[in-house]
Design a protein around this ligand. Structure first.
Ligand SMILES: Cc1cc2nc3c(=O)[nH]c(=O)nc-3n(C[C@H](O)[C@H](O)[C@H](O)COP(=O)(O)OP(=O)(O)OC[C@H]3O[C@@H](n4cnc5c(N)ncnc54)[C@H](O)[C@@H]3O)c2cc1C
Length: 356
């Protein structure tokens, strides 16, 4: 069926939803890159998201669906996307229980981080900001998947809840953050996740997953292999810690990140190297940005409107009306150099959508 017809039918069925056709996606992304999508719908609550998805799966089972959070980890093709994009704005936050005394709730930190403190003048330095909150009373909080991290952090601090200050300055939503298992400082989001509520698009039913069943690792969760699971909310085990200290830590971290993590971009382009590769090649640290800068001298390299950032070599910036193709050309150049010099196949941290 033609997309305009589907959009009309959906508008009739869901008169309160904002439904557009041929909407350009670039303004919805932090890269400011991306062509049109056939149908674009914004949902404002988990219920709206759920009802819409269940209806679409029964009425138009073959319609491709992409869920967007803040599109801060995405490179979208200039030719755009087929089917439907849902921009998820559900951002309700529920404080489920206060002052739990047990420390059984927190999953233990099991994923090794891939950060090494580098020259603090030039690179991000987390070591002076890190501290332990694990002896503080715990609080369970359920956050809807469209809630942006900066909004959630401000809400939690206002309610005297700490624990997520390490993720300050990350411009994503909780859906994207859970899908990717974001990292901040020496932490991963999974260090705090207790469970995740999803909608299963195959059955149309809600499903609750415990963190231990979600295969969290560096930049990975099981959701990357199971696109039929849409994340509705994430429940985290946080702390009644020192809110003032957490707020100051978050601000310091944001200030540091702002200096060397430029926009418009989609964050780090490549995953850092694992310890086996670092050891094998005798690299001083696992940071791909450091290698692109110090060993490949590619900082500042430009193709079309895209540039390897002079501030952070693992960031590509949309300097001047860059196309997705410009960005991809820089990605391919860096990959080729790693392959040629060290026979290393770099892994992308950003996700590419559509055909570039
Ligand atoms: C300046 C800058 C700094 C950054 N710093 C960091 C950092 O320090 N650490 C870090 O880890 N990342 C960082 N990032 C990358 C990015 O912000 C995170 O990965 C972020 O959590 C992505 O969330 P999002 O809402 O933007 O996801 P999107 O980019 O919108 O989506 C990413 C993927 O998740 C899927 N998805 C989104 N929501 C759902 C849902 N509800 N259900 C199922 N799937 C869903 C999408 O379909 C897509 O495949 C940075 C990015 C920028 C631009």
């Amino acid at each position: 069926m033609n997309p305009s017809k589907i959009a009309q039918e959906l508008q009739k069925k869901f008169p309160r939803l904002s439904i557009k056709t041929n909407e350009i996606l670039a303004p919805y992304t932090t890269f400011k890159i991306g062509g049109p999508v056939e149908i674009f719908i914004t949902t404002e609550s988990s219920n709206q998201l759920k009802n819409l998805l269940v209806f679409i799966k029964t009425s138009y089972p073959r319609l491709p669906i992409t869920i967007l959070g803040n599109a801060s980890n995405l490179l979208i093709a200039d030719s755009g996307l087929k089917g439907l994009v849902i921009k998820n704005n559900s951002q309700n936050i529920k404080i489920l229980s206060l002052n739990l005394k047990t420390d059984q709730l927190s999953p233990k930190k099991t994923i090794s981080n891939r950060r090494t403190e580098l020259d603090p003048e030039k690179y991000l330095d987390f070591s002076s900001l890190n501290y332990d909150e694990s002896t503080k009373p715990q609080v369970l909080v359920e956050i809807e998947s469209g809630a942006p991290l900066p909004y959630a952090l401000a809400y939690l601090f206002k309610n005297k809840i700490t624990g997520l200050q390490w993720f300050a300055g990350i411009p994503g939503t909780f859906g994207g953050a859970t899908w990717y298992n974001i990292h901040g400082g020496t932490y991963h989001l999974s260090d705090f996740i207790k469970e995740v509520t999803t909608l299963n698009l195959k059955t149309g039913k809600e499903e609750l997953f415990q963190a231990k069943d979600l295969d969290f690792s560096y930049d990975y969760s099981v959701f990357q292999k199971k696109p039929h699971l849409v994340i509705l909310s994430t429940t985290l085990s946080l702390y009644r810690g020192d809110t003032e200290k957490a707020r100051i830590t978050a601000q310091k971290w944001i200030n540091q990140k702002a200096k060397c993590q430029p926009l418009p971009s989609a964050g780090s382009v490549f995953q850092n190297l694992d310890s086996v590769l670092v050891k094998k090649h005798g690299f001083k640290n696992p940071s791909v940005g450091w290698i692109i800068d110090q060993l490949l001298n590619l900082k500042g390299k430009t193709i079309g409107g895209a540039q390897i950032s002079p501030l952070h070599a693992n960031f590509i910036v949309n300097q001047k009306n860059a196309t997705a193709k410009d960005v991809l050309s820089l990605i391919e150049l860096i990959k080729k150099e790693f392959k040629k010099r060290w026979n290393i196949d770099l892994k992308l941290e950003i996700k590419i959508l559509g055909n570039i």
